[in-house]
Design a protein around this ligand. Structure first.
Ligand code: B12
Ligand code: SF4
Length: 449
């Protein structure tokens, strides 16, 4: 049986992202399957992609759907037409059954199944592909496998995967070479799941709300493997790396023991760490901290159900700064309770966050399976069963997205470290040039004045 796994993500903003999920999906398939991972970033034209599909002649084509759109409220770009084009090309050049999966797919499985007319889908962790393929071969009832979708099925059971998790990484594959040449960033996961319940966030739904930890020494061995393959930077893809201070500290220690020497970064919650936490992280090679801060207004943080206060943000920031780390804060403006006063509080509070980059997302997207979805439904902003694949943003009663944008732009006053929206224009202009000149990593620290 031949299984072709395709990463359909060609977005290069802020930079191209190594398709880590497919390494895990491939790792779940045993030697009965001839598995090949390909990445659309690697194909310069559709003809070469079609030729590859014909040559490989897969029985199954797994398509990884990561991004739904660019999540930019102003210049929103849906990727659905590109996914439809890919599925058409697979159908035209093979008789493969098409199986969808990925984080974007997991948010809207039924909508994607219908829009792409796929044969099967797996919502949630793709390790279940082995069960699906087995079931199809043995003709057992695949509908009973949690997360599995078939054309006619609309009810899905979401259940975290408790079986074996194995990454299959090939340092010599064309797509690994592509990422090494374009910024040198590869990625790594240290656990799955986020225990927090932020009201708008999809992550606990995608990965589950219970943290499942990988063994620190095994993670460090992987990090070394990426380093030896030529990676110049590692992004830790965990929803929030410090959601467990204990485990993240063990990972850092394992990096030191394994002599991982390349820099790394990841997402952190700005909760209050122990006195020397960031110092220990820095000793282990952490260079970039991306804080999911969202607001500096008490009432808004409470409505967003963030697990920290504005005071905690300032403390966490100071500790990361004292450890010599590069810091970015993400802000999500326009959620429940946002008004002129709360916005002002956030924007003036930023003046107390020294030497950092600020990414502003104006407008909070409503995703299913979140508390914000329930609130929007209750407030009549959406209707039950409404298709939210075309993005719908929460509307605060007291301030519009246009007013928010205008106020943020006014306060930014042209400062380079205030990035509004997905930062598409700036990143498209600057990053490819820097990568060609040999710069590596996320590079946002160059915006700090
Ligand atoms: C880390 C991360 C980033 C990092 C990535 C850094 C790096 N070098 O890796 C950064 C900060 C750069 C980033 C940027 C963006 N991100 Co992001 N990111 C994530 C995050 C937290 C983890 C992704 C990840 O790697 N997970 C680990 C891997 C192992 O999991 P996985 O890929 O999901 O794969 C598993 C399953 O999905 C499944 N699977 C995957 N493929 C397939 C295929 C088949 C056939 C099957 C059966 C199963 C399957 O099996 C895998 C193993 O279990 C997710 C949220 C989340 N918790 O999932 C958002 C997420 C993927 N990002 C998202 C978005 C929107 C973006 C941006 C567009 C934001 C922006 N406007 O800038 C950009 C796009 C970047 C790009 N070029 O594509 C969205 C995508 C969905 C959507 N709403 O469109 C997510 C889901 C968050 C959200 N808002 O809901 N991101
Ligand atoms: S926003 Fe961050 S901390 Fe909150 S639930 Fe999502 S991943 Fe977890």
């Amino acid at each position: 049986m031949k299984v072709l796994l395709i990463s359909a993500n060609t977005l290069r903003i802020p930079y191209p992202v190594y398709p880590l999920g497919l390494d895990y999906v491939a790792g779940s398939l045993d030697s009965r399957y001839q598995t090949k991972i390909v990445d659309l970033n690697d194909f310069s034209n559709p003809e070469s992609l079609e030729a590859m599909i014909r040559d490989f002649s897969p029985d199954f084509a797994g398509v990884s759907i990561r991004n739904i759109d660019n999540t930019d409220v102003i210049n929103c770009r849906s990727f659905l037409p590109e996914y439809q084009d890919l599925v058409n090309r697979i159908r035209k050049n093979s008789s493969a059954k098409i199986i969808l999966g990925g984080s974007g797919f997991t948010i809207f499985p039924v909508e994607f199944m219908q829009a792409l007319d796929a044969d099967y889908g797996i919502a949630g962790e793709g390790e279940r592909l082995s069960l699906l393929l087995d079931g199809l071969q043995k003709n057992t009832d695949i509908k009973k496998i949690p997360g599995v979708l078939i054309k006619e099925k609309t009810g899905i059971v979401y259940e975290p995967w408790d079986g074996e998790i194995q990454r299959s990484f090939d340092p010599a594959s064309p797509h690994t070479r592509f990422y090494l040449a374009f910024g040198g960033m590869l990625n790594l996961q240290t656990k799955r799941g986020c225990p927090f319940h932020c009201s708008y966030c999809t992550y606990p739904h995608i990965e589950g709300g219970r943290m499942r930890f990988f063994e620190p020494r095994e993670i460090a061995r992987r990090a070394r493997e990426l380093q030896e393959a030529g990676a110049k930077y590692i992004f830790i893809t965990d929803s929030a790396f410090n959601a467990s201070y204990e485990h993240s500290a063990q990972v850092a220690q394992a990096f030191i023991d394994a002599q991982v020497s390349i820099p790394w970064g990841g997402f952190f919650a700005p909760t209050v760490p122990s006195a020397d936490y960031f110092k220990k992280m820095a000793d282990a090679g952490l260079t970039h901290v991306e804080f999911g801060t969202e607001s500096l207004s008490g009432p808004v943080l409470k409505n967003l159900r963030k697990p920290f206060s504005a005071a905690d943000v300032f403390t966490a920031h100071k500790k990361a700064l004292d450890a010599g780390l590069h810091i970015a804060h993400y802000f999500l403006l326009g959620g429940p309770g946002e008004n002129k006063q709360t916005l002002r509080e956030t924007l003036t509070g930023i003046d107390n966050l020294e030497k950092a980059v600020f990414f502003f997302f104006c407008g909070v997207r409503i995703y299913p399976h979140t508390a914000l979805y329930d609130l929007a439904l209750q407030e009549g902003q959406i209707s039950s069963g409404q298709n939210l694949l075309p993005p719908v943003f929460y509307r605060s009663r007291d301030i519009t997205v246009a007013e928010i944008m205008q106020t943020v732009e006014g306060q930014a006053n042209g400062r380079l470290n205030w990035i509004i929206g997905a930062g598409e224009a700036k990143a498209t202009r600057i990053l490819p040039k820097l990568y060609r000149r040999g710069f590596t990593g996320p590079l946002w620290e160059y915006l700090i004045q």
